[in-house]
Ligand binder design. Structure first.
Ligand code: PBG
Length: 325
């Protein structure tokens, strides 16, 4: 009897619900998710961010019940951003022990020791010019910025952060921060570097949320060009060498190739950040009736996991926690 054609039938393993579930190569679980939080000065403030539907600015007192609800839903890791009272050329308020991030860290770490508190370490929310580093004439002063960033990271560690995430893209920041943390007695605080971060138009909604758009020029002398995959790998491997514990690729959906390539090049855990514009692209399409938000959001996050992300920073963590049931 002649062999039947086709011999290879990949559909066999898709023929039963249970079998499809058994064959899933990756999964998405609450433990993979990190929820960004925006802390503002003052009290009694919980104000929705217009550009980022479903995300709010919180004063520290209002952040506490919000985090409690997240923990109840099984979301236990948070990435803190702060909007300071005042900005100056050097972004000094970023390391103010009374700043919103530092205050939030003290209160959250005391009230919810089970929560993992990660902080974004950067100057752009704190400088009056909106750049991620110090300005010298019309250039960004890389090495001067390193001292500022190390001071910011140290102030976060002192206030109770478990992990710091430098997002500035200066050369040498991971090493500078590691040295400062170790010297300050924080050898056990880990560093998740925004290792390969593109100069991306998909940060648009975030810059509204964080009031961090550059006042002049753009970020292309420090963030990476979307054309460069090899260079992204160099950035990531440099951060590993300087002592990063986790490497992040950002944005997520436009950089899945970089994530997958990096997975082959390092043994470190990897993270990705499904950024504001990527999220709002899905939400806008769903609002226009073009796709199913729940399925599209799950698919996008699963694609990040498949590409190699151990962790995903995502504004959708709470919705996902509901949808994963
Ligand atoms: C700060 C920072 C940015 C984001 C995270 N950290 C903005 C930027 O680099 O301009 C973007 C996050 C998002 O779009 O959701 N440097």
């Amino acid at each position: 009897m002649a062999a039947q054609f086709p011999r290879m039938r990949l559909r066999r393993l898709r023929s039963h619900d249970r079998l499809r579930t058994m064959m899933a190569e990756v999964s998405l679980e609450r433990r993979h998710l990190i929820l960004p939080l925006f802390a503002v000065p003052g009290s009694g403030i919980e104000s929705p961010i217009a550009s980022l539907e479903g995300v709010s600015h919180f004063s520290v007192d209002r952040l506490l019940p919000f985090v409690e609800r997240a923990l109840e839903k099984g979301i236990g890791a948070f990435l803190l951003f702060g909007l300071p009272e005042r900005k100056d050329a050097r972004g000094d308020s970023a390391s103010d022990p009374q700043g919103p991030v530092q205050q939030a860290l003290r209160e959250l770490s005391e009230r919810f020791p089970e929560a993992l508190l990660v902080t974004d370490v950067c100057l752009c929310q704190y400088t009056d010019h909106g750049h991620c580093g110090l300005i010298d004439g019309d250039v960004i002063d890389n090495d001067g910025t390193l001292k500022q960033l190390a001071a910011v990271a140290l102030s976060h560690a002192e206030a109770g952060a478990h992990m710091v995430a430098p997002s500035d893209m200066m050369d040498g920041r991971v090493g500078a921060i590691r040295t400062a943390l170790d010297a300050g007695g924080f050898a056990s605080i880990s560093i998740m570097s925004y290792a390969a971060k593109m100069a991306s138009s998909f940060y648009g909604p975030f810059r509204d949320a964080a009031d961090s758009a550059p006042g002049f020029g753009d970020r292309r002398t420090y963030q990476m060009a979307a054309t460069n995959g090899r260079e992204a790998l160099r950035e990531a491997l440099a951060d590993e060498e300087e002592g990063a514990d986790i490497l992040m690729v950002k944005p997520a959906l436009t950089c899945l190739d970089i994530l997958a390539r990096l997975r082959e090049k390092t043994l470190l855990p990897l993270a990705t950040y499904l950024v504001s514009g990527e999220r709002m692209m899905l939400r806008s399409a769903a609002a226009a009736g073009l796709l199913d938000l729940r399925r599209a959001t799950l698919e996008a996050h699963l694609a990040c996991r498949r590409a190699g992300a151990d962790l995903i920073i995502t504004y959708d963590a709470l919705d996902l926690a509901d949808w994963l049931d």
